[in-house]
Design a protein around this ligand. Structure first.
Ligand code: M6R
Length: 364
């Protein structure tokens, strides 16, 4: 049941800390801060390429995984939504790996890609939440997310659990390929292991997100912007808002704004920015300043360090805990889910069962 919560989604949002902790501790030893992945269907040290695929939010988690694997493991990665990949049928190297991500393990397009890539002699590893699902059974190997049953149609805890597995995997791959030192591995696993506690802190501070939600609930169009590994989280923020509140929202790479979408900006369009401090901060901040200069209402999620400079032009700034840039996408995913939840509550939509949507899309 929902316990004391109004919706399954609210309950599932509050399960982030426990789910992230359980999922991370599967393959990270907190004492040595080393990653120990189980035997995989391919050797990450020599794999020529990984093809990543999934649908919806699971695909956006995979996109963050792509940034991580390129960054800390230097593995060539191709990724595409399953409904495209299955018909693109790209050339694949001998001995290549496929990595599929799915909460249900039953999504029709993802399953079709699994079967296609197996036929094309790729070594298929899946990240699924439901053990014994079709994808679990048909893959050469599976890593589980320990999110427990997710009832709300909008993915919340399963999404962040997917990120936790993909981050762990990227670090493990980085070690096997000799591109990540033991010290770097320890530093980044430590940052990951702190995420559950930060998630708990975030969930206690709902007032600021609710204040933002009151603004967003009045809008007809909303833009989400992010750069690097925060770009897929911007897309996820837009997806969540659309599916839960039926407000038109779009996610963009911050640097793409001036190539078109900036024309949409006026005082009625909230621009939700995911902008933690780090190597890309100044770049994103200057894109946001451009939006503000055109009357855009910038509302930013950032950290203490980022807040001081964004406050000069942003209408609202929500300060998240300061973390290593590597884990920032996991932490930023939570308030964008909370935002969509609160907007939906204000709009009175069916939070757990949005119109026209199914929890598992088992037909093409
Ligand atoms: O079960 P899956 O993870 O394969 O499902 C994929 C998508 O259908 C799913 O993530 C969908 O986008 C959610 N409604 C997002 O909240």
């Amino acid at each position: 049941g929902k316990g004391n919560y109004r919706h399954f989604m609210e309950k599932e949002l509050h399960e982030h800390p426990i789910v992230l902790g359980d999922t991370l501790r599967q393959h990270i030893d907190p004492a040595s801060r080393a990653v120990a992945l189980p035997p995989l269907p391919f050797d990450p040290a020599v794999v020529p390429k990984i093809t990543l695929s999934a649908c919806g939010s699971a695909f956006l988690a995979a996109q963050v995984g792509r940034y991580w694997m390129e960054q800390v493991a230097r593995i060539p990665v191709d990724s595409d939504v399953a409904s495209e990949l299955r018909y693109r049928d790209p050339p694949l190297p001998e001995g290549g790996a496929a990595l599929l991500v799915s909460q249900s393990g039953e999504t029709a397009d993802t399953l079709a890609v699994l079967r296609l890539l197996k036929q094309r002699r790729q070594h298929v590893l899946s990240v699924v939440n439901v053990a014994e699902s079709t994808m679990d059974r048909e893959s050469h190997g599976t890593l589980l997310t320990i999110a427990g049953p997710e009832i709300g149609v909008a993915s919340t805890k399963a999404f962040t659990a997917q990120l936790a597995v993909l981050a762990t995997m990227a670090l493990g791959f980085g070690r096997s390929r000799g591109v990540l030192s033991v010290q770097e591995e320890a530093r980044l696993t430590a940052a990951l292991l702190e995420v559950p506690a930060h998630a708990a802190t975030l969930l206690e501070h709902t007032e600021e997100v609710q204040a933002l939600a009151r603004q967003v609930a009045m809008a007809k169009d909303v833009l989400f912007l992010g750069r690097g590994s925060l770009y897929p989280i911007a897309l996820e923020g837009a997806l969540k808002l659309k599916e839960l509140s039926y407000i038109h929202a779009e996610g963009y790479a911050a640097g793409e704004m001036k190539h078109g979408p900036i024309a949409l900006i006026d005082q009625d369009v909230p621009v939700i920015a995911l902008c933690p401090s780090g190597p890309l901060f100044e770049k994103t901040a200057s894109n946001l300043q451009e939006a503000a200069a055109r009357g855009g209402r910038v509302m930013a999620f950032t950290d203490q360090e980022g807040a001081s400079s964004l406050r000069r032009f942003a209408e609202a700034v929500v300060v998240l805990p300061t973390v290593d840039p590597f884990v920032a996408p996991i932490l930023h995913a939570i308030p964008v889910q909370m935002l969509a939840y609160h907007v939906a509550v204000l709009k009175g939509t069916d939070v757990d069962q949005p119109r026209n949507l199914a929890k598992a899309v088992t037909v093409e």
